[in-house]
Design a protein around this ligand. Structure first.
Ligand SMILES: [Zn+2]
Length: 194
């Protein structure tokens, strides 16, 4: 099994895993790497040297710029915007000004969110639609708003975790949907702002 490219897509790399589908008018630049079983939606742009893991879904109209790395099983909602230059000036562009961004395994980014470069989005974190993410998001963290603030934590199943109990420097959270329990360090939990 190989990957599929729609005839209208422009794909300039061979580093694409089996089962990946690249849809209408997408553009994948030279040096980019995409893993297995990904979906690259309509009009998506994948810049040079971008690394994307396996099982990633990138919805329509997303641009993933150089400096962004996306691990396995990440969901990137429609029209999500990444950036790669913290101090953009049209007349001062230089490859050295790229600030890297990392999206870790299992994270989800809601439609139209903007990810300011230099942040790490933790494993299974959830970014609300339209959020403007300006700082790191912890593993399982649920953030939204502008600027995005930590509103709680989510289970890998996608549902919001409920507070169960505190044990020393750890908070135990539970999922009422799938009954999974997760431990979050108290010092991270304290950043939650309702
Ligand atoms: Zn769950």
């Amino acid at each position: 099994m190989a990957f599929y490219t729609h005839p209208t897509a422009v794909v300039e790399t061979d580093n694409i895993g089996d089962g990946t589908k690249i849809w209408h008018f997408a553009h994948v630049r030279e040096g980019a790497t995409i893993g297995k079983n990904c979906i690259v939606g309509k009009s998506v742009y994948i810049d040079t040297e971008v690394e994307i893991g396996s099982g990633v879904k990138i919805q329509n109209f997303v641009s993933v710029y150089k400096g962004v790395r996306i691990e396995d099983d990440v969901f990137v909602g429609p029209s999500v915007t990444f950036t790669n230059d913290l101090y953009p000036r049209a007349f001062l562009w230089d490859e050295d000004t790229i600030t890297p961004t990392l999206v870790k395994t299992g994270a989800s980014i809601g439609a139209n969110a903007t990810i300011i470069c230099g942040v790490t989005i933790g494993n299974y974190a959830m970014i609300g639609a339209g959020a403007v993410v300006t700082k790191d998001v912890p593993d399982y963290g649920f953030v939204w708003g502008n600027p995005a603030r930590l509103k709680g934590f989510v289970c890998p199943c996608g549902m919001k975790l409920q507070y169960k109990e505190k044990k020393g420097e750890t908070v135990i959270l539970e999922c009422l949907h799938c009954e999974k329990e997760l431990k979050i360090a108290l010092k991270i939990y304290k950043d939650v702002r309702d």
